[in-house]
Design a protein. Structure first.
Length: 494
């Protein structure tokens, strides 16, 4: 059997700091590479330009001799006593050759047409190549690459080949600058990694504080689910602050659900205890002696059947309540003409309760379609009308149904003129098994689940149900449902 591999925990702060450091490093490397390449290429071009200008200046001045080069005939060009002005063709000023020869970057070698060295400012690194083509190339040196320039020397007047020139640039200055710049870049990258990592860590420490609070809260709740702890709300307007608020709201809802479930189990146990005890009592009595008495037997069977019916109704209402909490999943895209359902329920109750006065105030001028399953809307109206009938007084057995339209909603009202409900009880009438007067409600056959079912059904279809009531003046239940976006869609015909 394979053992479960335990994954190593890595803090989000460490990941954030590492990610920030790596990201900054990549961006910095791209920028530095571009700058480094541009700068070093510019330096290299300058060194190449230096050797090119030196070769041009020397070949021009050597070309003024107009005869094959010898040590003797080039001596006046390199004489330090020269006043520094040498005119070519009487027009253009040229740098003295001595300045080119004294440049520490350059090693100059001059050869006669036969290839014999007649002037050298240092030992050459690469052997000369005698060619009539001018060239500047990169060659391998003892420590690093060097620039080697080679050019033929032609007499300015006769254009005859009078010698050869080789100029080498050891690139020592370029390589020093290259390595210094590389060292600066490496140190800067190290500094960027450390600084960005620390900045990312401390920034995540500040920004992710709500996540730490959520983590601590979850641990506390995991240890004790009944513990009333909440995440401290940070005074920041960002996603994590919103997440904290949403998380606290979720905990509040969970706590309400836990309380409701506990109350639900307690109420169900209490509601079922009484009929079960009654049935058990009658059966025990019949087993002991009642079965021999026809009257006692008949009464016990009747009482037992009544309690079984009550239990059946209770179980059915509990199932209805469970289904009502899932209407958004099981009954999506259902549409109903609200006028038809209200008129149908109105006519049905007029027939069932002829002793009551039913009145319908319909302000709708045309059929209105709402997003709700027809049977569910009818079930809610039946619950409200049945509740109005039960709690109407004998003095005024009158029930009003109101149908009107809002901006994008349709409103249905069910009003009775009965006992009414006190303000402290109005807020609880939609709770499961809640009854204002439990003794009277049980006597009238209520289990306290009808209004809870109605509320779950209406809210499942994104509507609302509310109650306005006062003691002795009756109650008004108001349903608000959104009007369907597309009235032309198929309407549920059930």
């Amino acid at each position: 059997m394979d053992e479960k591999v335990e994954r190593r925990f890595v803090s989000l702060k460490i990941k954030w700091a590492f990610g920030t450091a790596v990201g900054s490093l990549i961006i910095f490397m791209v920028v530095v590479f571009a700058l480094f390449t541009s700068f070093t290429q510019n330096l290299f071009r300058q060194e190449r330009q230096l050797i090119n200008e030196g070769m041009t200046n020397i070949t021009r001045q050597l070309g003024t001799i107009n005869q094959p080069l010898t040590r003797k005939n080039i001596s006046h060009l390199i004489d330090p006593s020269n006043d520094g002005t040498q005119l070519i063709s009487g027009e253009e000023y040229q740098r003295p050759v001595v300045k080119e020869l004294s440049d520490g970057h350059l090693v100059v070698n001059v050869y006669n047409p036969d290839g014999k060295n007649i002037l050298s400012t240092g030992h050459y690194i690469k052997a000369p190549r005698f060619s009539t083509a001018r060239s500047i190339r990169v060659a391998e040196g003892p420590d690093h690459d060097v620039l080697v320039g080679q050019a033929p020397v032609y007499a300015q007047k006769s254009r005859q080949l009078i010698g050869y020139l080789q100029v080498e640039n050891n690139l020592n200055s370029y390589n020093r600058s290259y390595h210094q710049l590389w060292l600066v870049c490496v140190l800067a990258m190290c500094l960027v990694i450390i600084a960005s990592g620390l900045l990312g860590y401390f920034l995540s420490l500040f920004l992710l504080q709500p996540l730490d609070n959520i983590h601590d809260t979850v641990k506390e709740i995991s240890k004790d689910p009944t513990k009333d702890v909440r995440v401290p709300v940070v005074n920041r307007n960002d996603e994590l602050a919103e997440l904290t608020t949403m998380f606290n709201d979720m905990l509040d809802r969970m706590q309400r659900y836990i309380d409701q479930q506990s109350q639900f189990v307690s109420d169900v146990s209490h509601e079922l205890r009484t009929p079960v005890a009654i049935i058990q009592g009658h059966l025990d009595m019949l087993q002991r002696w009642g079965k021999d008495d026809p009257k006692v037997l008949d009464d016990s069977i009747k009482a037992t059947l009544i309690e079984i019916k009550r239990m059946k109704n209770l179980v059915q209402e509990m199932l209805d309540l469970s289904r009502a909490e899932q209407v958004e999943i099981n009954f999506r895209n259902q549409h109903t003409v609200v006028n038809d359902v209200v008129h149908q329920v109105f006519n049905n109750f007029k027939m069932l309760y002829p002793e009551f006065t039913f009145r319908l105030d319909d302000d709708l001028k045309e059929p209105i379609t709402v997003d709700i399953y027809r049977d569910h809307l009818e079930q809610v109206l039946v619950i409200l009308c049945d509740n109005a009938v039960k709690y109407s007084t004998e003095d005024r057995q009158e029930i009003h149904l109101i149908l009107s339209r809002g901006m994008n909603t349709v409103e249905i009202g069910v009003q009775d003129f009965g006992e009414g409900i006190s303000p402290e009880n109005v807020k609880r009438v939609f709770d499961r098994f809640y009854r204002v007067d439990k003794a009277r409600s049980r006597k009238k056959g209520g289990n306290g689940l009808g209004l809870s079912i109605a509320k779950r059904l209406i809210e499942g279809y994104h509507g609302s149900i509310s109650l306005e009531s006062s003691v002795g003046a009756g109650s008004l239940f108001r349903i608000v449902l959104p009007i369907a976006d597309d009235p032309e869609e198929k309407i549920t015909a059930k």
